[in-house]
Design a protein around this ligand. Structure first.
Ligand code: SF4
Length: 688
């Protein structure tokens, strides 16, 4: 019995299922998961977790895990050993580089992977290959939010901490299904409603749980949030309710900005958004009356052709009302994946080195060139969207993807999958033979977060360590280790033996992380960036000034042209988003029995009005047709959606049906797909 107890082990880990970044202890016996035990000392969640964090781990022992590298031969894969597989990739990359140049290769990092893995991915692209063609899945979700913040306040992260959202007098949720996508943050808001009557204002197309709990809930027409936000800001200024002292002390360009608001009258906003003038006045009053306002938003804002501009409008409103630089206030783009924040922070993006220093800045480049002993590419690289187009055009020939099911989660999948078929080399590194992996020339078996060390950065810029709870499944390796081995096959012996050494290098190169070290991140200790060399971190941004050289913020003038609407042929709008029980493309959660038993599949939400009009009953089967593709799905009738609004969850057991319908339109400033602007028509296959 004593021996059996010896094998029982308790390990601190960080949840991989959303940007809240809950940490807790996981109890294991060898590879068996015994229980998840929350700890009061966990900085983001204390003793709370949601269903995914608690029950979502069976996938680690799924019989479907990849356990051998696979090499394509015709239509089939054959098993190979690691050395053969890595040599084949190295040879093929070298050949593509020699023949077509370094920019013929491209790299997609995983926002589920660790910071250290993002760091080595961008280092591989830049140092070993010589290209800035490296990106990650924040391009599919939150890059527009970061863009809006860069324009106005200068740093691309949440203004404060989850604690600030919890302590705000007024929380505004725009395009975020918080109760399902960020459950522990939603719980904090619910608690604050009870504790001190925190006010809640919600904008969404769908009446989700937080909308039902809100003091006020509005449904602007798809793509018109920017008009509502700008009109409300103008009205606040016209009433003299703006924070004049704050603006005078801290913000540039007020006059220009105010002039740019002239078109955003209440009447115009009512006409575009469908929200009555009186309601717009009520919204403005609610915001102006609150001493502290925190605005949270997510993909309902960003995944539009005006996603960056709408994010910018949010930040403009916060600046006008003085809602930065104080506890309980600020901008909170809620990061989706566990490490969406960190994956970009650590440089897997085409325009920035780690810590958001431009690849076009010569002084910065020199710093990296000296450390890495090569000359580095000077031009900004291609983002995910541009990579797919470049494959179609024939200028990109090779792609390396780790931990991302691009062939399910990107928009307009028929177009994306056609691109994969044109590649000379596609390498996919993952836990499972995903849809994307099925197109690969070489598939490499990676290990899960419980089987490796590293750090994740949550939505509040908090860097936290995960420890190894179990040995990697036989023949699998951590992503950082695989990339390190591949680099050495191409003549770059990095010599990393642990993620800690990678973090040391990142901290030595990037001022944003200067004081980050594994020692300072022991156990439940964490650091919120920027972290000064002496280890001082920054829970609340901008106290010392905004993220520009002169420490001042900037109002950013905006214009609006209608970009999207349904039409006669495609008369229904299909929205998409998350459901509580499942994560992303579903590769992991659908393999967790406790979760699938409860929610075995997703349904198309249809309003009672539309069901009546089309003569549909619960469980009916319909085909949705957009101008890019079609998908068949079963119907759930619910008054969460209204009129001609449909909702199809994206967490779809690796089927990605929503993305057979989405198109190639993108946010005009960041190329983030406009997933939320999808018009369809419906054919009824079965009425009940
Ligand atoms: Fe926490 Fe998010 Fe994981 Fe749920 S999914 S336990 S809220 S980190």
């Amino acid at each position: 019995a004593a021996m059996r107890e010896d094998r029982i082990k308790k390990t601190k880990t960080v949840c991989t299922y959303c940007g809240v970044g809950c940490s807790f202890d996981v109890w294991t016996k060898d590879r068996q998961l015994l229980k998840i035990e929350p700890q009061p000392g966990a900085p983001a969640n204390q003793i709370s977790t949601c269903v995914k964090g608690k029950f979502g781990w069976d996938y680690v022992n799924s019989g479907e895990r990849l356990t051998k590298p696979l090499i394509r031969e015709g239509d089939a894969f054959i098993e190979a050993n690691w050395d053969t597989a890595l040599q084949k990739i190295a040879d093929s990359m070298k050949q593509i580089k020699d023949q077509h140049g370094p920019d013929a290769l491209s790299f997609i990092a995983s926002s589920k992977g660790t910071n250290e893995e993002s760091f080595v991915m961008q280092k591989f692209a830049r140092q070993v290959i010589g290209t800035n063609n490296v990106d990650n899945c924040s391009r599919y979700c939150q890059t527009p939010a970061t863009q809006g913040l860069f324009r106005t306040v200068g740093l691309g992260g949440d203004a404060g901490s989850i604690e600030d959202i919890a302590s705000a007098q007024l929380v505004v949720l725009i395009g975020t299904n918080t109760a399902e996508a960020h459950p522990v943050i939603a719980s904090r808001i619910k608690r604050s409603q009870k504790l001190f009557n925190q006010k809640l204002l919600v904008f969404d197309l769908r009446e989700h749980e937080m909308a039902r709990r809100a003091d006020a809930f509005y449904r602007p027409k798809p793509g018109t949030d920017i008009v509502v936000l700008s009109a409300v800001t103008k009205y606040i200024i016209d009433q003299g309710w703006h924070d004049k002292a704050f603006i005078a002390a801290w913000v540039h360009h007020f006059e220009n900005y105010y002039d740019s608001l002239s078109t955003f009258t209440l009447a115009y906003a009512e006409q575009e958004s469908g929200i009555p003038e009186q309601s717009l006045k009520d919204i403005a009053k609610m915001i102006a009356d609150a001493k502290t306002v925190s605005i949270c938003w997510a993909m309902g804002v960003t995944q539009h052709q005006l996603g960056s501009d709408t994010s910018t409008a949010i930040s403009n409103l916060l600046l006008a009302t003085g809602n930065y630089r104080k506890p309980g206030a600020g901008a909170y783009p809620l990061r989706g994946h566990n490490n969406v924040q960190g994956c970009s922070d650590f440089g897997s993006i085409p325009n920035f080195f780690p810590g958001y220093e431009l690849v076009t800045d010569e002084a910065v480049r020199n710093r990296y060139e000296q450390k890495w002993n090569v000359s580095l590419p000077k031009e900004i690289g291609k983002d995910n969207h541009e990579m797919i187009e470049a494959i179609h055009e024939g200028t990109i020939k090779g792609m390396f993807i780790y931990g991302e099911d691009t062939g399910v989660v990107d928009a307009n999948l028929n177009h994306v999958n056609a691109a994969f078929e044109k590649l000379d080399l596609l390498v996919v590194q993952d836990l499972f033979l995903t849809r994307t992996a099925q197109y690969a020339d070489v598939v490499l078996p990676a290990c899960s977060s419980l089987e490796k060390e590293g750090t994740f950065t949550n939505t509040e810029r908090r860097i936290q360590r995960l420890y190894q709870a179990m040995e990697p499944l036989a023949h699998t390796k951590a992503d950082w280790e695989i990339i390190t081995l591949l680099a050495s096959k191409l003549g770059f012996a990095w010599g990393y033996e642990s993620p800690e050494q990678i973090m040391e290098e990142a901290a030595s190169l990037s001022p944003l992380f200067a004081g980050v070290s594994y020692e300072r991140l022991q156990g439940y200790d964490s650091l919120q960036w920027p972290v000064a060399a002496d280890g001082t971190d920054t829970p609340l941004l901008y106290e010392e000034g905004f993220g520009f050289d002169d420490g001042k913020a900037r109002f950013y003038p905006l214009t609006y042209n209608k970009m999207y609407d349904t039409n006669e042929t495609y008369d229904l709008h299909v929205n998409n988003g998350r459901i509580l029980e499942h994560f992303h493309e579903g590769n992991m959660t659908y393999k967790s029995i406790g979760i699938t038993r409860k929610t075995p599949q997703v349904f198309l939400e249809v309003s009672p009005e539309l069901a009546k009009e089309r003569d549909l009953e619960e469980g009916a089967r319909v085909k949705l047709i957009s101008h890019t593709g079609e998908a068949t799905v079963e119907v759930h009738i619910t008054d969460r959606v209204k009129g001609k609004e449909l909702y199809l969850p994206l967490n779809d057991n690796d089927q990605g049906r929503i993305n057979l319908l989405t198109n190639s339109n993108v946010d005009k400033d960041t190329n983030t797909p406009a997933y939320k602007e999808t018009a369809v028509r419906m054919e009824v296959l079965r009425k009940k």
